[in-house]
Design a protein around this ligand. Structure first.
Ligand code: NAD
Length: 270
């Protein structure tokens, strides 16, 4: 079965990687490419935009006009835009794969509410490697328990607008859940000045923003005498795009027509 895909934010960094990944998968077909109203690439052939050659899918800006032309919408844009698309897809009964990060608590709750009417894969990081890391972090936290200091260090390109990254926060949640802690109570974001000695119960976050770094995450479990580090480095956005397309194909094959899933579900890592 071929899944007809719509990509919003088609001219963005992830949008372009998604157009390529969609064209390479045997079970997906790009049928809709959308951008922000007045974007300078409206009307352009989306295949030419990414140099895969003309695909006759012109970049548009009116999702309501093309609701019949796709089965599943992939959204890597920004929170307010994603929320608009959730509302439209909920009304139209369309599935969604959402990679946008930086949604606040209310927006995440609205996403979950909408999923009573539509299936959604929502993951801050769609890379297969990162999602394997989540599993490894869960195991490491359970074995090392309260004996270690845990620090999460992440680095991204200078254009990224949210911090810490959604992936770093998810890593923190996985570890906090494994240790029976609430991330809200134990997270420490950056340190400066007279901080006092480290509290072992905290999970520290450090953020680097520089140049064109695609995405790097290291979680450090440090005891006296030894230290374990689990690191993931993404060198290209292709990894996120391929994961998103894999999620789209998986979601279309699910019998359920509602609910929020993540990459642990897609990759059968639960
Ligand atoms: P980007 O700024 O390059 O692209 C976003 C695109 O959305 C832009 O082209 C913009 O014009 C477009 N857009 C804005 N308003 C729109 C609207 N109303 N309709 C349609 N399109 C609209 O950003 P990016 O680097 O591609 O990242 C996008 C999001 O994806 C961010 O939240 C980022 O953190 C996230 N991201 C997630 C993953 C993951 O694996 N989940 C990986 C990389 C990036």
């Amino acid at each position: 079965m071929t899944t007809r895909i719509a990509i919003v934010g088609a001219a963005g960094r992830m949008g372009r990687a998604l157009i390529e990944a969609c064209s390479e998968h045997p079970d997906t077909k790009l049928t809709v490419a959308l951008e922000a109203p007045q974007h300078s690439f409206i009307g352009m052939d989306s295949g030419e935009l990414v140099s895969i050659g003309k695909n006759k899918v012109l970049i548009g800006d009116d999702i309501e006009a093309v609701l019949d032309d796709f089965d599943l919408l992939i959204d890597f844009t920004m929170p307010a835009v994603t929320m608009q698309h959730i509302a439209m897809c909920q009304k139209a009964g369309k599935s969604m794969v959402i990679g946008t990060t930086g949604l606040d608590e209310t927006q995440v709750q609205q996403l979950h509410d909408a999923s009573h009417d539509m299936p959604i894969v929502f993951a801050p990081n769609m890379s297969v490697g990162v999602n394997l890391c989540f599993k490894l972090l869960d195991i490491a936290a359970r074995v090392l328990n309260d004996d270690v200091d845990i620090e999460i260090i992440e680095a991204h390109h200078r254009h990224k607008i949210d911090a810490p990254s959604g992936t770093a926060l998810r890593m923190g949640e996985v570890i906090a859940n494994a240790l029976g802690r609430d991330l809200k109570d134990c997270a420490v974001y950056g340190r400066e000045g007279q901080t006092g000695a480290r509290d072992r119960q905290t999970i520290g976050f450090e953020t680097i923003r520089a140049g064109d770094i695609v995405g790097e995450h290291t979680v450090m479990f440090a005891d006296i005498g030894e230290r374990i580090e689990i690191t993931h480095k993404a060198s290209s956005r292709t990894t996120f795009a391929k994961g998103a397309i894999r999620a789209a194909v998986w979601l279309q094959a699910q019998p359920s027509s509602q609910g929020v899933f993540d990459m642990q579900d897609v990759l059968s890592l639960r």
